[in-house]
Design a protein around this ligand. Structure first.
Ligand code: GLN
Ligand code: ZN
Length: 760
């Protein structure tokens, strides 16, 4: 018999209960007991859903108050010294202090850093290690939750992050070999195992997602050493890998002394035959066959066809699961009550995906007849989807075929610069912002009033125009050089464009955790993408009509649209991105026709899209450059194209970014104290660049002196004529009072610097 299991279920609750409970707790509206109760309800609900679906092993330890890496950190007692731990157990207060700097009460302390979890939009809390790091079991959360599940009669498999992935994902106060901590770290894992056995646990799932990365030899050796050390005759280890194939790590991973190995069969089905061949005898192979990173219903027939030969070879040693934890999928499609019926039946969220796992196993165990009705219905839906007129747009396909007729290269930058200077007449060190201005509660109310009919469209648009007028006046007063319209009509930079473009659909409840209590609702790309009407023109043209200063039109770029959406599964991502780029190209051209001389194409997700595997990176960058040119090359030389990127390090890929040939790029740099500048020691950036001088993600206002210093530092590596002065991201989440102060300082430092440089 084939066994079914899940690597993890979303922890936010079908109605984002966790978010609301956490936020109420942080505001002091509910106490710890009430919060604990909410969490318990979610866990019970999740187990209930999975058990009702018929899953054999339910996960425990996948629930987290904030982040599962932080859970591991507290379990291992890796508490940086600035946080105080009473007793030897990490309490709620310390846990939230580490995550966000402040529990509801008590001191404000610098929180731990947060960064993206592999190539997802989920953020984990980065563990901080020092060379003398000690580890001790400091949280019983996992054991308590096991007891809780056992009390309800569930058969559970605890989930923890493996020692090597834990070390890999952590940061150190200064460079030393993190592997030197391994011996100490392993001891706590062994202690955890002993405790699990005493609770009657048979299987433990150990996540080692770094096995899909390119690992140095020392880390591969450490895997072998570690897994021999923690091997336990009574406890079965299921070693899980996901987000890609094992690549160069395949052979040694298949030889590790574990009882089961889970591999990602969605992103890398081609690795399976080799894994089967190399796996030690009697080791269980768990196939992650249901996509944990997307929302499409599986084609049961096709999948069964792929699985049958494996079932024949592996028999009972075959397990079936999601490719990764369902953390990255929305919870329950049943809560989508307003979603268009045809589209809805093409989808599966976590709850529905859990059922798919069970259907597959049932058909393999008992024969297809055992799920005859389900299978027939599934085939009908898959067929209808393939042929649906909603998916295919012949105009779009025709246009894509003729892309090679477009001119994608602009004239050389030097030529463009001259013409742009004539049009824009900008001073040395021009100042600008990245696009959005504070989204106050009154702006958010406008949108919700429009949605629920309290405002009609005419009234709504009038209010947005007033908002635009306000931010133009503000910028005028501040004395910035290139203005923006403030993006007050946009709830979210991806959602807004997805709402306007054909081929995208938005759900009402398809939330996915991004970090802590913050959830995002990625749009779904279901069909060919086109632009049936202008999107931003009227707002930006209106803003431009209010001032003599240039107003920058801001759009979301194709890579970001793709990365922050659920992408269709019946066409290559390349083609889908190409369609988005073409649609945006039209928008850019229309902006220019409307008299907009500066246009910014935002690509905050550019770095995130970089493949985990080194080998695939060059290909990605080449494509990304092409998409960017497709969007931006339709304009005159005198039109200035900007791009904006943030969230992460760009040092290794700065030359690829330069090849995109934007006239100006604004890029995150202030948070790392201009670490990015290192890249310019060996590489001369050809065009203009704004190194963000105001870290909008922190509450600190940069002083005039500080900004001046940053720019002076930058000017030692980049010629002053190429530099711009701007914040490092949009100002959407900031308060006006902060924005006013920060921008004032920015403009002031620009003025001082101009005088200084003109004198020299
Ligand atoms: N233009 C967007 C804004 O200012 C950019 C956001 C981002 O980079 N994440 O909000
Ligand atoms: Zn940004």
């Amino acid at each position: 018999m084939i066994t079914t299991h899940s690597l993890g279920f979303p922890r936010i609750g079908a109605h984002r209960q966790l978010k609301f409970a956490l936020e109420a707790y942080w505001k002091g509206e509910i106490n710890e007991t009430e919060l604990a109760k909410k969490g318990q309800q979610i866990r019970h609900e999740n187990w209930g859903i999975q058990a009702n679906s018929g899953l054999d092993w339910l996960p425990v330890g996948d629930f987290s108050w904030y982040d599962h890496v932080l859970d591991m950190t507290t379990m291992l007692g890796v508490i940086p010294s600035r946080f105080k731990v009473k007793n030897d157990q990490v309490d709620f207060a310390t846990y939230f202090q580490m995550a966000r700097g402040q529990a509801p009460y008590g001191d404000k302390i610098r929180p731990c850093e947060m960064t993206k979890w592999f190539d997802t939009n989920y953020h984990y809390i980065v563990p901080e290690l020092n060379q003398a790091q000690s580890f001790q079991l400091s949280s019983f959360k996992l054991f308590d939750e096991i007891n809780e599940a056992h009390a309800l009669g569930y058969k559970v498999k605890p989930v923890i992050l493996g020692p090597l992935s834990y070390l890999w994902l952590s940061k150190t106060n200064f460079p030393f070999d993190k592997l030197s901590l391994l011996t100490r770290l392993i001891k706590v894992y062994q202690e955890i195992f002993t405790k699990l056995l005493s609770l009657g646990i048979k299987w433990i799932q150990i996540d080692e997602p770094i096995l899909v990365l390119d690992l140095p030899e020392s880390w591969r050796e450490a895997f072998v050493k570690t897994y021999h050390a923690i091997e336990h005759e009574k406890l079965n280890i299921l070693l899980t890998t996901y987000f890609g194939g094992l690549g160069e790590n395949l052979e040694f991973t298949c030889q590790l002394p574990v009882t089961g190995l889970h591999v990602d069969a969605v992103r890398s089905f081609e690795q399976i035959s080799k894994v089967v061949e190399k796996l030690r005898p009697n080791v269980i192979l768990s196939l992650g066959i249901i996509d944990g990173r997307n929302v499409w219903k599986i084609d049961l027939k096709r999948t069964l066809h792929k699985l049958k030969p494996l079932k024949q070879t592996l028999e009972d040693k075959l397990w079936i699961a999601g490719s990764c934890s369902f953390l990255h999928c929305p919870v329950d499609l049943d809560t989508e009550i307003t979603l268009d019926k045809e589209l809805k039946q093409w989808l599966a969220f976590s709850k529905q995906k859990t059922r798919e796992i069970v259907y597959l196993a049932k058909a393999l165990n008992e024969g297809e007849d055992a799920i005859a009705d389900v299978l027939a219905e599934n085939q009908r839906i898959i067929r209808e989807k393939q042929h649906s007129s909603r998916i295919h747009n012949s105009e779009v396909k025709k246009r894509c075929k003729k892309i090679n007729e477009l001119k994608l290269e602009r004239n050389p930058y030097a030529m463009r610069r001259k013409l742009q200077q004539e049009v824009l007449k900008l001073p040395l060190l021009p100042t600008t912002t990245v696009g959005s201005f504070p989204q106050t509660s009154s702006i958010r109310k406008l949108r919700s009033d429009l949605k629920n009919g309290m405002l009609n469209i005419v009234e709504y648009e009038e209010c947005i125009r007033q908002e635009i007028q306000k931010v133009i006046e503000k910028q005028e007063k501040l004395g910035l050089d290139v203005f923006v319209h403030g993006e007050s009509e946009r709830s979210d930079m991806v959602e807004y464009f997805a709402e306007q473009l054909e081929g995208f659909i938005l759900t009402t409840n398809g939330w996915v955790q991004s970090y802590g209590s913050r959830c995002v609702k990625p749009p779904i790309i279901y069909g060919d993408i086109s632009r049936s009407h202008s999107i931003t023109i009227s707002w930006i043209a209106y803003a431009q009509s209010l001032t003599y200063k240039p107003v920058k039109g801001v759009l979301t770029g194709p890579i970001t649209m793709l990365m922050w959406s659920f992408v269709r599964d019946n066409q290559s991502r390349y083609k889908t991105a190409e369609q988005i780029a073409l649609a945006l190209r039209d928008e850019v051209i229309e902006l220019e026709q409307a008299g907009i001389n500066v246009i910014q194409i935002d690509e905050p997700a550019f770095r995130e899209g970089l493949p985990l595997c080194e080998k695939q990176r060059a290909g990605y960058l080449k494509e990304a450059i092409y998409f960017f040119k497709l969007v931006s090359s339709g304009v005159k030389d005198s039109t200035q194209i900007h791009t904006h990127m943030c969230y992460s390090k760009f040092n290794e890929i700065i030359n690829a970014i330069a090849e995109m040939d934007a006239d100006v790029i604004s890029i995150e740099a202030s948070r790392s104290n201009m670490e990015l500048l290192e890249a310019f020691k060996n590489f001369s950036y050809p065009n203009e660049i704004g190194l963000g001088v105001y870290d909008v993600h922190s509450l600190r206002i940069p002083s005039v002196r500080e900004i001046k210093k940053l720019i002076e530092k930058a000017s030692t590596l980049i010629s002053i004529e190429k530099l711009w002065i701007n914040p490092d991201c949009g100002l959407k989440t900031r308060a006006w009072s902060d924005v006013d102060k920060a921008l004032k300082n920015m403009v002031k430092s620009a003025n001082l610097l101009r005088k200084q440089y003109v004198k020299n």
